[in-house]
Design a protein. Structure first.
Length: 272
């Protein structure tokens, strides 16, 4: 079995120390932490600016043996300054994190590529990867656009982040994924969703950010995707379920997500 990470979006309401405790209680190996908000005013836990919570987070990591897989979210916008992420990366190194998630909200892809390349170099200096996630509503909406950017960047820190729901909703194909060099794949995200795709961008965003399904409970080809991805990569289980969270606590949701993910990985191995 690969290492399994409890993605922050699965239980975004939990501060890092509590998220780590839940991950440990459920049998995860790792966690993802959100230090930077995905959208202006969004939920985040800026540990680089909160020394006490950083100490508590490190203490809970040490006590549980949980590792930090990735940090979120490096969102590039037209006015983004690459140097502004230095404290974020320094904190990531202090936490022992390995990866950072990058999203493109800059319509000028040439400018984004230049800034992303500079960020990759900076991340590498801190011992972290920089993994570009393609999402249909961003300016890197699909696999082909993401790969066209990555081909221009020589830094070994530069990676492609595959998220099961975005892979499906963007119309990506497994044949195309097989062409990506394995060294560009550092970890990936697993969830499920209905087979029918949303009809509008608003519905697409809502489903992805708030209402996914647990692995094995939807209609995505998760077994095929799992068989295509390198088997030694950490799988980040990202299943936001805002409505269900009103009646089912974070630990119960995290257990259900991990149980489903392990079943998918087992099925992929059995059918491989």
């Amino acid at each position: 079995m690969p290492a399994f990470s409890l993605a922050v979006l699965t239980a975004l309401d939990l501060p890092p120390p509590r998220l780590i405790d839940v991950a440990a209680a459920c049998g995860y190996d790792e966690v993802g932490l959100r230090l930077l908000a995905a959208t202006p005013g969004g939920t985040a836990y800026p540990l680089m600016d909160d020394a006490q919570q950083l100490r508590e987070t490190k203490s809970h990591l040490s006590a549980t043996g949980i590792r930090v897989a990735d940090l979120e979210i490096v969102a590039f916008r037209p006015d983004t300054i690459v140097g502004s992420f230095e404290a974020f990366l320094e904190t990531g190194r202090e936490l022992g994190a390995r990866h950072t998630l990058v999203a493109a909200y800059d319509p000028d892809l040439e400018r984004f590529t230049d800034r992303f390349a500079a960020y990759c170099e900076m991340a590498q200096r801190f011992g972290l990867t920089a993994d570009l996630e393609f999402m249909p509503w961003t300016h890197v909406p699909d696999l082909s656009t993401a790969w066209a950017i990555l081909e221009k960047i020589s830094s070994p820190a530069a990676g492609l982040l595959v998220d099961a729901i975005h892979f499906d909703r963007s119309g990506a194909r497994l044949e195309s994924l097989r062409q990506i060099p394995v060294q560009r794949l550092h970890y990936w995200q697993l969830c499920d969703a209905p087979a029918d795709r949303p009809g509008t961008t608003e519905e697409l965003i809502h489903a992805a950010r708030e209402e996914r399904l647990f692995p094995g409970e939807g209609g995505l080809d998760l077994v095929g995707l799992t068989r295509t991805m390198p088997s030694d990569l950490t799988i980040s289980i990202e299943v936001p379920t805002v409505q269900l969270a009103k009646t089912l606590d974070a630990e119960a949701r995290a257990r259900r997500a991990l149980r489903g993910a392990k079943a998918i990985v087992a099925a992929a191995g059995a059918s491989g």
